[in-house]
Write a protein of this length. Structure first.
Length: 419
């Protein structure tokens, strides 16, 4: 069985302590990302991607304890030089997985981290069929996470727009988990197949307080005859309503195919989800997550070759994240033991991509994809981004350690740009 990736976010404003801890953790095989404050952490990173967050209690602009609620299912270890029994009890009561005081013994700290991450990974394996977290560090995903953080604690209805398979249900579940009623059931209604009886039954459950969040999947496919009933259900203040759609509902209203009052009722906040091809930088992280899941399920270690990863990054993905997951699942089932998944095994037709260039978010252009090696991709990514990203952020985006980044720079003759 594969060992799940071990990624730690370290939030510490003192550079000497932060650097020392990073070196210690990397020596023990952990991938470490760094931030100097809570704001910096949630602005630069998707907290869902980590196996552990280690944070100082006292940080510029706020307390490290704020990360406990923001991190969701990810455990948070709080460290502080202001140790007292009262503060320890308070931190643990807020939900911290553990509490350590400075100065701390390095060996004891590593043992504690090993234990916490081991427990976390066992829980991940035990719930392998549960909904996946919202993964990715692309600007689009970070913006969606920021919107969720601000809107989830409210009762405002949320409309999620995006193509089939792009992860709308994952976002809806993330909203539910971050909301005030996360301890109550998350109920899904497929609006394409629902009926009057189901809507009335759901309304009764909501009035009885038995629903935390109601996810109205494919609300753009709800028949007109049911839209008034749905409108009454959505306006019920006893539940949080999240809806998803693949089509432009304003246009549907103009064509008298969708009630305008229902649109207003479900779209106080709107989240637009990009297609996977528009956030290809997230593909390596999504791939690692799915391969971890499939390795655990199949009882073998499944890994992908550099050429295979390159093929994933540059495919158009008309079926979005769902297609990526299914492609990797099939390859994981068919691959021979101790063999890497090759590009050929993925069955992705190279002619599906019609463009001859890939345009980065910052406007730079690199050659398109079918014949771009992983080494070429590394060189282009570093040269395009090193002027505005620190070494830790570059390594994090590439899915490698800072040491590996330095070694590859040296091997390929890429010097660090000087501001």
């Amino acid at each position: 069985m594969t060992t799940l990736s071990k990624r730690i976010l370290l939030v510490e404003d003192e550079a000497i302590i932060r650097g020392s801890l990073t070196k210690l953790l990397e020596r023990h095989g952990y991938k470490v990302a760094e931030a100097v404050s809570v704001k910096a952490a949630i602005t630069r990173f998707n907290l869902n991607e980590f196996d552990l967050i280690i944070s100082d209690l006292r940080l510029p602009g706020g307390s490290g304890a704020e990360l406990i609620n923001l991190a969701g299912a990810v455990p948070v270890l709080i460290m502080t030089s202001y140790a007292s029994l009262r503060s320890a009890v308070d931190i643990m009561r807020q939900g911290a997985v553990d509490y350590i005081s400075k100065p701390f013994d390095h060996e004891e700290l590593v043992q504690s981290i090993n234990r916490i991450i081991g427990d976390h990974q066992r829980k991940k394996l035990a719930t392998i069929e549960d909904d996946q977290p919202l993964l990715g560090n692309s600007p689009d995903i970070l913006h969606i996470l920021k919107t969720i953080r601000k809107s989830a604690p409210t009762a405002a209805p949320i409309l999620i727009l995006g193509a089939s398979g792009c992860g709308k249900r994952v976002i809806a579940k993330t909203i539910h988990n971050a909301g005030a009623s996360s301890d109550k059931p998350f109920i899904t209604i497929n609006c394409a197949t629902t009926g009057e009886d189901q809507l009335k039954k759901t309304h009764r459950l909501a009035e009885e307080g038995n629903i935390g969040s109601l996810f109205l999947s494919n609300i753009d496919e709800l028949p007109m005859v049911l839209q008034k009933t749905m409108c009454n259900l959505v306006k019920d203040k006893s539940l949080r309503c999240v809806a998803s759609a693949k089509t432009d509902l304003k246009e549907r209203c103009e064509q008298d195919e969708f009630r305008e009052d229902l649109l207003f009722a479900i779209s106080v906040v709107t989240i637009k989800v990009p297609a996977l091809r528009e956030r290809s930088s997230d593909i390596p992280q999504l791939t690692d997550y799915f391969l971890d899941r499939f390795s655990a399920e199949l009882g073998i270690q499944v890994e992908i070759s550099p050429e295979g990863m390159n093929a994933l990054i540059y495919y158009d993905w008309p079926g979005n994240v769902r297609e990526l997951k299914n492609t990797l699942y099939q390859a994981s089932i068919l691959v021979d033991p101790e063999t890497l998944i090759s590009a050929a095994m993925l069955g992705l037709a190279s002619e599906d991509r019609t463009d001859t260039q890939v345009v980065h978010k910052n406007g730079s252009v690199i050659p398109a994809a079918t014949h771009l090696s992983l080494e070429d991709y590394f060189i282009n990514f570093v040269l395009d981004n090193q002027a505005h990203m620190c070494e830790t952020a570059l390594a994090e985006k590439l899915g490698i350690s800072r040491k590996s980044l330095w070694q590859r720079r040296r091997k390929l003759g890429i010097s660090r740009s000087k501001a």
